[in-house]
Design a protein around this ligand. Structure first.
Ligand SMILES: Cc1cc2nc3c(=O)[nH]c(=O)nc-3n(C[C@H](O)[C@H](O)[C@H](O)COP(=O)(O)OP(=O)(O)OC[C@H]3O[C@@H](n4cnc5c(N)ncnc54)[C@H](O)[C@@H]3O)c2cc1C
Length: 485
């Protein structure tokens, strides 16, 4: 018998082979949590299945924020609108966005921020302008809590308030149960225990992406992007595309745009010895650091080489083309800009991801990564002087900057990393799963990173947390509407 091992052990006594849940939600990142909380608040009985020891997925690591337009936190003098956000999403997606999904994302974004800030009391009062955005619309709190942690921990607390939820952690979803053509439940397994069947009227897949699925015979990166196998990555090691694989093999679900993997330009290199420098698992240097003023300098010249706030794919291309081998750049933040992200940078410094010093200190640290580096501190000083002199007239066409960089500054070292899967399970506008035969499965939904198409070829920063809340809400409303009827 499968045992509940999460926070709801007192509810497991109610569970039996014959129990039918209204909804099984698989995965407890922001997509799964949003749907679960809304379904529970709507009066339904929900089972949450999570293979990790703790809830939260990659969502809990999110550090830059969540997009929303229009909100009361945006500057009144900025003329942002749903239409502008939609246009930025489509432009960034380079013609590959599923337009109906991108429309829903922008249209429902204000409602998502409102729900989190007003109903759930999450502080989202600080707004930043990230790369590829025409306006400042990425929300985070004013305190020390990173936005992913603040949002996810609040929703976990809300989930804990319910009497109608069963949470099974350390429990892996392994298959669907079908009765003729209908999906009637799932098979789940806790390590070293026999498999167990859970039955439900609706199944919501919220199992996240594929960016840590680099090894093994069924590796999705091997299958769809073998050219990326040598890259480091930022995701939890559990991000192995289980939902995509099982939906495809068991239900014939159609997978779309699976080759669209976001290679984020700024994965930190941690200076904790050779093993950490070479590690394939990297901390993300949140895009926020470039948004507050951070600039990138090439080890080959000591100079800037790109508009740091263009879309992520373009910045990555520039790092790969302008920084030599290995492709590493220095990220530099002025002392004044540091004040805008003090808690982020303080954390990064505690982890030996960022440092404070002069160009000589920067070169000394750079040599721990590239021992053969010959570029002198004077070249980095010249690069910084050039930046300081051109701040209002940038030849890379960066539209907004931080402040000039003095003799002493904050710095770290970054390299491109696998970060996000834009592709995934094909869904219709109600997030119902579509099969390769073009059939819509009425009671099987896919939301969050496991689904594909909303971001096209390049996701904008802040739009992944948003996607989880927007489509998590829509699915809950759909199921609640059906239940009412
Ligand atoms: C370091 C980092 C920083 C980020 N910063 C931002 C940001 O600032 N803004 C933004 O918008 N986005 C950000 N992102 C992206 C964003 O956090 C995620 O893409 C998004 O939260 C995905 O949410 P999800 O709910 O779809 O999946 P996840 O949060 O990854 O949750 C999926 C869950 O499913 C579980 N699971 C998987 N397979 C199974 C199985 N077989 N059985 C049971 N459970 C399973 C996993 O263990 C996991 O808990 C960041 C990502 C990372 C890694």
């Amino acid at each position: 018998m499968l045992k509940a091992c999460g926070i709801f052990t007192n509810h497991i006594r109610n569970m039996s082979h014959n129990q039918i849940y209204d909804v099984i939600v698989i995965g407890s990142g922001l997509a799964g949590l949003t749907t679960s909380v809304k379904l529970l608040e709507g009066g339904l009985k929900v089972a949450v299945v999570e293979k990790a020891e703790k809830m939260g997925g990659n969502s809990i690591k999110a550090s830059s924020g969540i997009n929303g337009v229009p909100t009361i936190y945006q500057r009144k003098d900025e003329k942002d609108s749903v239409e502008e956000f939609y246009k930025d999403t489509i432009r960034s997606g380079k013609g590959l966005c599923v337009e109906t999904l991108a429309k829903t994302l922008s249209l429902d974004s204000a409602k998502a921020i409102l729900w989190l800030s007003e109903e759930c009391n999450v502080d989202l009062s600080v707004v930043a302008r990230l790369g590829g955005h025409s306006f400042a619309r990425t929300h985070r709190g004013s305190g020390n809590l990173p936005p992913g942690f603040a949002i996810v921990s609040t929703l976990i607390k809300r989930l804990q308030l319910s009497e109608s939820v069963l949470v099974l952690t350390q429990t892996r979803f392994v298959d669907f149960i079908k009765n003729k053509n209908e999906v009637v439940g799932i098979v789940a397994q806790k390590e070293n225990e026999p498999v167990h069947e859970l039955r439900a009227k609706n199944i919501v897949l919220a199992t996240g992406g594929i960016c840590a699925d680099l090894t093994g015979p069924d590796s999705m990166i091997k299958r769809f992007r073998p050219d990326l196998l040598d890259y480091p990555q930022t995701n939890s090691p559990l991000t192995t595309g289980d939902g995509q694989k099982i939906a495809e093999s068991s239900l014939g679900a159609n997978l779309i745009q699976m080759d669209q993997i976001q290679v984020h330009p700024t994965g930190f290199i941690q200076l904790k010895g050779p093993e950490q420098i070479a590690s394939k698992s990297k901390f993300l240097c949140g895009e926020l650091i470039r948004s507050i003023g951070g600039i990138l300098l090439s080890p080959l010249t000591g100079k800037r080489f790109v508009n740091e706030l263009t879309t992520r794919d373009e910045v990555t291309k520039a790092v790969l083309n302008s920084c030599g081998e290995p492709p590493v750049a220095a990220i530099v933040v002025s002392e004044e800009d540091y004040e805008k992200a003090k808690s982020h940078i303080g954390f990064y410094m505690s982890q030996l991801l960022m440092f404070k010093g002069t160009s000589s200190d920067l070169v000394e640290k750079f040599k721990e990564i590239i021992p053969s580096l010959t570029t002198l501190p004077s070249a980095f000083d010249a690069g910084l002087s050039e930046f300081n002199g051109n701040i209002e007239n940038d030849h890379f066409k960066r539209s907004h900057f931080g402040t000039v960089v003095g003799e002493t500054f904050y710095f770290g070292f970054i390299t491109p990393v696998l970060h996000f899967s834009m592709g995934g399970i094909e869904t219709n506008s109600a997030s119902q799963v579509s099969t390769k035969e073009g059939v819509t499965l009425p009671n099987v939904f896919a939301i969050g990173e496991v689904s594909g198409g909303v971001h096209g070829a390049n996701r904008l920063g802040g739009s992944s947390l948003l996607e989880c809340v927007v489509f998590g809400t829509r699915v809950a409303e759909h199921i609640l509407g059906d239940a009412k009827n």
